[in-house]
Write a protein that binds this ligand. Structure first.
Ligand code: CUA
Length: 340
């Protein structure tokens, strides 16, 4: 078994790697901080227990080892020691209480949902799909996907559900983790302390691209958030046929989009609801939640989504559309920006 040691050490070292920002140990918000402090308490208790038990174990091994030339014998057998038994019962009880009190109180504090004043919170409906995330802002009448905008310092309440099977919504740096179950709504709230982009991901095995079900949480200042809402609302009202000035190629791409993509994808409030809403597609950080946001990646995606996200529901368009049409489509998609 010693031969497995290097493997074990390598696994241990690699377990710290991964996508940047996906760590529950670097909390950036109230919920995440509370949860990290609970982890710390239990870690400290465990360290104390391991040290004490390890010390006693080592002491007994050395003290009562078999010495050379010593004959085999059975040591004095002890049965029943009230003092000792009370000690090893009471100490764990105390340790469990130290762990239980903050755990229970924080569990209730963090599950507090739907109790805040309406004006103090932002409501967002989260829907998990194989393999992407839909975000709906019911009060603002905005629907978007993959990039989740939230204002810094504000309590954000999520109503979480799924369109197909069980996913789990998780933003490690902001805390929480909640199952997204079809036909049911679960609740979670989070708050970001600092502006920045935090990686979110699916935390429930949901198929071949479960590990690729990333999303970005963009925590922005209140002012920037209001600006984004205004721009998005304008974008939600616009649709592909709104008279925008487009290059010839993008114009051609718009036609391709109308004829091939709109039964599943909406731009603004026009189009299908099967795939992600693409209103602010050009403003997004990644394609499919993790790929570089470039035209060449978009074209690869349109030609063969399966090669990037196995199990994606979108059909291959590599055979149906010509390279020319796909180029035009990519040009069009990169005009879908709400930034004024
Ligand atoms: Cu969705 Cu894992």
């Amino acid at each position: 078994s010693l031969r497995l040691l290097p493997l074990f050490l390598a696994a241990l070292a690699l377990s710290g790697c991964g996508k940047e920002g996906v760590s529950a140990l670097k909390p950036e918000g109230e919920v995440a901080k509370e949860q990290a402090s609970l982890m710390l308490i239990s870690l400290l208790i465990m360290i104390v227990v391991v040290l004490v038990v390890g010390f006693l174990f080592t002491y007994a091994m050395i003290k009562y080892r078999k010495r050379p030339g010593q004959e085999d014998y059975i040591p004095k057998q002890v049965e029943g020691n009230t003092k000792l038994e009370l000690t090893w019962t009471i100490i764990p009880i105390i340790l469990l209480c130290i762990l239980a009190v903050p755990t229970i109180s924080k569990t209730f504090a963090l599950s507090d949902n739907n109790t805040s004043k309406k004006s103090d919170v932002l409501k967002i409906k989260v829907t998990g799909h194989q393999f992407w995330w839909e975000f709906e802002y019911p009060d603002q009448k905005i629907t978007t996907a993959q990039d989740l905008y939230i204002p810094v310092g504000k309590k954000v309440e999520f109503d979480i559900t799924s369109k197909d099977l069980i996913h789990a919504f998780w933003v490690p740096a902001l805390g929480g983790k909640q199952d997204a179950n079809p036909g049911q709504t679960n609740h979670l709230w989070l708050k970001a302390d600092k502006e920045g982009t935090y990686k979110g991901r699916c935390a429930e095995l949901c198929g071949s691209s479960h590990a690729l079900m990333y999303f970005n949480v963009k925590a922005v200042s209140d002012k920037e958030f209001k600006h984004w809402v205004k721009d998005m609302k304008a974008g939600m009202k616009s649709a592909p046929d709104k008279d925008r000035v487009l290059t010839a190629s993008a114009k051609q791409g718009e036609e391709v989009f109308k004829n091939n993509c709109m039964s599943c994808h909406a731009v603004g409030n026009k189009g299908g609801q099967i795939g992600p809403n693409l209103t602010n597609f050009a403003d997004r950080d990644n394609i499919g939640g993790f790929e570089k946001h470039t035209k060449s990646e978009v074209k690869k995606w349109i030609k063969d989504p399966e090669s990037i996200k196995p199990g994606a529901k979108m059909p291959k368009f590599g055979k149906k559309l010509t390279d020319d049409q796909i180029n035009a489509l990519a040009d069009y998609l990169f005009t879908l920006s709400v930034k004024q």
